[in-house]
Design a protein around this ligand. Structure first.
Ligand code: IMP
Length: 428
């Protein structure tokens, strides 16, 4: 049985965690393939909110085995903390249920310090990274002097590599006027984490190919989103990995013929954290309304950073592009319940840039910054739809809104979410 790839269609935070949790019920293996603990996937089970940064959402299903793939960058200290937090909640997270690719790269304290220093040096051109060391870790990987997870198997070798990485980083930090790291402390904490993680190390390329050959169903859980992809996103306001469908293959190590579904996840309005263009961004009352206030976890504040998300109308230009880049077989639309109460809803169906109409985003940020959305207005709905479980329990205006989005991005929408709980899904 083949694999399903699940990816974000916007700028991340589309609700991939809850969709991954739903699809995991029908999967044998759930594997992350890109990024690291910059991700924040939220799953709500029976009112309990579980926030995952590195461990795939599948861990909450006892029959699922989870994989941290070779395309990831992993902070061992934070992974140990996450494992301990999940274990304290009663989740079985033994090495038989979680495999870390020996080829994944590690995020060291040096990378975290360098991420902070680089952002500071960028001044008002800062990317607004999550400060988790993601960019510097991928830089070391491509520069071919990174540290791979497999090196944790030999603590002496790992300690030496870490020491060298910290000495190297300290030279850069001092040159940038930043505080150097205390090498002993930074090395000690990472060594302790490495010792804890040794039983989880595995050649996951072999493992995944063997499981696929034996008929297992593999869910590839994407992080971030299409517009944050280092190739296809709003460069340079992107992350440093390939969170799109192509990245799943290089980030896990099996071929495209294993994949039978590519599921995109989109929120029914737009949000973005960090800097970079966002043509449909709103300000004021409406933005605050979409962002949410009060105690609802579903509010638009970053799961990893706690920063308020920028909010705006749904951008179908972005979705059309994401459908093209990833080849979606279907799109899952999340958070429809949040729109209840608005009299009318706008969708950007194209951009106007310097007097010319664009159906797809331009490839430069400067053009994108000048993009004026061409809006279409649809009627809203006032009913609370969070209790709907069947499509005939939804207002016609909700169905029309979903249908129009599907038309605009030429992708079927068969499932929508109307709340964060596992059962708050409607099959159309
Ligand atoms: P980095 O991945 O920490 O280097 O951050 C690069 C950009 O991607 C910044 O704009 C971040 O806010 C954004 N970003 C990274 N991970 C996520 C995510 O999981 N959700 C939303 N935005 C993210």
């Amino acid at each position: 049985m083949p694999a399903t790839i699940l990816v974000g269609a916007q700028w991340g935070d589309e609700g991939k965690g809850r969709v991954a949790d739903w699809l995991a019920a029908e999967s044998d293996v759930v594997a992350r393939f890109a990024g690291g603990d910059n991700a924040g996937h939220t799953v709500v089970v029976g009112g309990a909110v579980v926030k995952l940064h590195l461990v795939p959402s599948g861990i909450l299903h006892s029959h699922v085995t989870c994989v941290l793939g070779n395309g990831m960058v992993i902070n061992p200290i934070n992974l140990v903390k996450e494992i301990d937090r999940l274990a304290a909640m009663g989740v079985n997270i033994s090495p038989s249920r979680l495999h870390i690719s020996t080829k994944a790269h590690l995020i060291t304290p040096a990378h975290v310090a360098l991420d902070g220093a680089a952002e500071k040096a960028r001044g008002d051109q800062a990317i607004g990274t999550t400060l988790r060391g993601i960019g510097p870790a991928y830089m070391d990987k491509t520069a071919r002097h990174g540290i791979r997870a497999g090196q944790m198997a030999n603590l002496e070798e790992f300690g030496d590599a870490l020491q060298r990485a910290i000495e190297q980083a300290n030279k850069i930090l001092i040159a940038q006027g930043a505080e150097p790291l205390d090498a002993t402390q930074a090395t000690g904490e990472s060594m302790d984490a490495a010792a804890r993680l040794q039983p989880y190390l595995r050649d996951t390329t072999l493992y995944l190919n063997e499981r696929l050959k034996a008929g297992a169903r593999v869910l590839c859980e994407g992080a971030q989103g299409t517009l944050l992809d280092v190739d296809h996103g709003d460069y340079p306001f992107v992350t440093s990995s390939s969170p799109t469908a192509g990245g799943a293959l290089t980030g896990l190590g099996f071929g495209p013929r294993q994949v039978d579904q590519v599921v995109g996840v989109a929120k029914c309005f737009s949000t973005r954290v960090g800097s970079g263009p966002m043509p449909t961004e709103l300000e004021g009352e409406l933005a605050n309304w979409l962002r949410g206030t009060g105690e609802n976890f579903w509010d638009e504040f970053g799961t990893t950073t706690g920063r308020p998300r920028r909010c705006g109308w749904l951008d179908a230009v972005v979705l059309r592009y994401a459908a093209q880049v990833n080849g979606f077989s279907e799109l899952v639309l999340t958070k429809l319940d949040v729109l209840s109460g608005l009299n009318e809803l706008k969708i950007a169906i194209a951009y106007e840039i310097d007097g010319k109409r664009h159906d797809f985003p331009p490839s430069t940020v400067s053009e994108l910054e000048r993009a004026q959305p061409v809006y279409e207005t649809l009627p809203g709905w006032r009913d609370n739809i969070s209790r709907a479980r069947r499509s005939d329990e939804l207002p016609q205006a909700t169905l029309d809104y979903v249908h129009r989005i599907s038309q605009l991005c030429e992708t079927p929408i068969r499932t929508i979410s109307v709340g964060p709980e596992r059962d708050q899904l409607v099959e159309l």
